[in-house]
Design a binder for this molecule. Structure first.
Ligand code: UT7
Length: 310
C-alpha cells in the first residue's frame, strides 16, 4: 500500500489586499499586476496572526477531514521560511496547541517547494511502516519579510496555510512517483536578509524550465503518459509560469488549478491551498491522476504524481 493524502485543510487571513490598494501605496498599476502575474488580490495576516496560528487552523481542518484525532499523529512537518521565530520550530508550537502529544516535530526549509519536500519526507516514514499518520503543513506569512517599498516583490506575495494528513491509502491510489531537486548556485536569485530579495527574471527562467521538466519526469516515472493526467496543480507564483507548464503537458485550461488571482503567491502554502479549493469545487475526483509541481528559493523544486483517493 502506498502513502496518500487522508485529509486536507487550509486557512487564509480574512483581510483582502487588492491591487487598487497597492496602486495607492506604490508606483504600480492593477493592469501591470494582472497582466504580468495574474494576481488580483491577496490575503494579508494582521499583527496578531502569526505563522503558527495559520498553521494551527489549517492543521485542525486537515485532521478533521482525515477523521483522526491529534493524538493519532506520529510526526508533524511544517514547511515554512517565515517561522514565528528561528526556534522553537513552528511544528513544535502547533504540536502543543493541537494536543498532538504523540507526535515528533520538525520544520522544513525549502521555500516554495517546501510542501513537496514535506509530503515526500512523510511518504518515506509511512511506506516503511515507521509511522501511521503524518501532518504536513505548508505555511507562510510573507508579508512580514516583504519590503513594501519594493514594487518588484511587494505585489507578488500573500499569507496563508495549507495542510494534509499523510497515511496509507487503498491499493492503486496515493503517491505514484516524485522528484525533488536543488541547485544552490541559484540561491542568490531569491533570498532573505532583512527583507525578501528577488531577481524576478532569473527565477522566472528557471521556473519555466524546471516546472515543465519535473512534471514530465514524474509522469514518466509513474509509468503514465501526458494524456493520462487529469489535473495539474502548479505552484501559484505567476500565471505565465503556470501556463508554460500546462502547455508542456498539453492540458486544456480547465485541467489546471488557478487560485493565484485570489491569493497571490503564498509560497509553501500555495499547492495545498489550491488543492482544498479544487476539491471543494469538485475539480478532482477519486482515481484522478493529479500532478503537483513546485519551485522556489534555494533554488529548489519538487513534483509529485498521485492517484487521488483514500
Ligand atoms: O515562488 C517563487 C518566487 N518568485 C517567482 O515566481 C517570480 C518569478 N518572476 C516573475 O514572476 C516575474 O519576473 C515578475 C512578475 C516578477 C516580473 O516580470 P518580468 O517579465 O520579469 O518583468 P521585469 O522584472 O523585467 O520588469 C519589466 C518592467 C520593468 O520596467 P522597465 O525597466 O522595463 O522600465 C520593471 O521596473 O516592469 C517594471 N515593474 C513594474 N511595473 C509596475 C516591475 N515591477 C512592477 C510593478 N508595477 N509592480
Amino acid at each position: 500500500m502506498s502513502a496518500g493524502l487522508l485529509g486536507v485543510g487550509k486557512f487564509v487571513p480574512s483581510y483582502i489586499m487588492t491591487n487598487e490598494e497597492l496602486e495607492n501605496r506604490m508606483d504600480t498599476s492593477d493592469e501591470w499586476i494582472r497582466t504580468m502575474t495574474g494576481i488580483e488580490e491577496r490575503r494579508i495576516a494582521d499583527d496578531d496572526t502569526n505563522t503558527s496560528h495559520m498553521a494551527y487552523y489549517a492543521a485542525q481542518n486537515a485532521i478533521e477531514d482525515a477523521g483522526i484525532t491529534a493524538e493519532d499523529i506520529d510526526l508533524i512537518l511544517v514547511a515554512t521560511v517565515t517561522p514565528d521565530r528561528p526556534f522553537p520550530a513552528v511544528s513544535t508550537m502547533i504540536q502543543h496547541k493541537l494536543g498532538a502529544k504523540n507526535a515528533a516535530a520538525m520544520d522544513i526549509s525549502a521555500a516554495c517547494s517546501g510542501f513537496m519536500y514535506g509530503i515526500i519526507t512523510a511518504q518515506q516514514f509511512i511506506e516503511t511502516n515507521a509511522y501511521e499518520h503524518i501532518l504536513v503543513v505548508g505555511v507562510e506569512k510573507l508579508s512580514k519579510i516583504t519590503d513594501w517599498d519594493d514594487r518588484n516583490t511587494a505585489v507578488l506575495f500573500g499569507d496563508g496555510a495549507g495542510a494534509a494528513v499523510v497515511g496509507k491509502v487503498s491499493e492503486g491510489r496515493g503517491i505514484l512517483s516524485f522528484e525533488l531537486g536543488a541547485d544552490g548556485s541559484g540561491g542568490k536569485y531569491l533570498y532573505q536578509d532583512d527583507y525578501l530579495h528577488m531577481n524576478g527574471r532569473e527565477v522566472f527562467k528557471f521556473a519555466v524550465r524546471q516546472m515543465g521538466l519535473s512534471a514530465e519526469n514524474v509522469i514518466e516515472k509513474a509509468g503514465l503518459t501526458k494524456d493520462e493526467v487529469d489535473y495539474l496543480i502548479p505552484h501559484q507564483a505567476n500565471i505565465r509560469i503556470m501556463e508554460s507548464s500546462r502547455e508542456k503537458l498539453e492540458l486544456p485550461i480547465e485541467k489546471m488549478s488557478k487560485t493565484i488571482h485570489k491569493y497571490g503567491n503564498t509560497s509553501a502554502a500555495s499547492i495545498p491551498i489550491s488543492l482544498v479549493d479544487d476539491l471543494i469545487d469538485g475539480k478532482i475526483k477519486d482515481d484522478d491522476v493529479v500532478v503537483f509541481v513546485g519551485f522556489g528559493g534555494g533554488l529548489t523544486w519538487g513534483a509529485i504524481c498521485l492517484r487521488w483517493g483514500r
